[in-house]
Ligand binder design. Structure first.
Ligand SMILES: [Zn+2]
Length: 77
């Protein structure tokens, strides 16, 4: 008979070797490694997307800034 623990994410019991203790707002809970891994991958994807968006925004902002600066210099001279 293998030990099981209650997974608060799945609301089900999993074998202990698939479980990890995690800190939640309500204290330490058991959570299965499958959902932990899935959550980590989702987070990594979001962070990749965020980094790309930020660098795109910076590129656009820089392009706009150069455009304005050039216009200003032209009007002065
Ligand atoms: Zn689970």
């Amino acid at each position: 008979m293998s030990k099981t623990a209650y997974c608060y994410t799945c609301n089900a019991y999993h074998p202990m070797d698939e479980m990890r203790q995690v800190m939640t707002g309500k204290g330490i809970r058991w959570r299965c490694i499958n959902t932990i891994r899935a959550a980590r991958q989702a987070l990594a994807k979001r962070q990749d997307f965020g980094t790309q968006t930020t660098s795109n925004n910076k590129t656009h902002a820089k392009a706009r800034g150069f455009g304005r600066a050039a216009t200003r210099r032209d009007s002065v001279s």
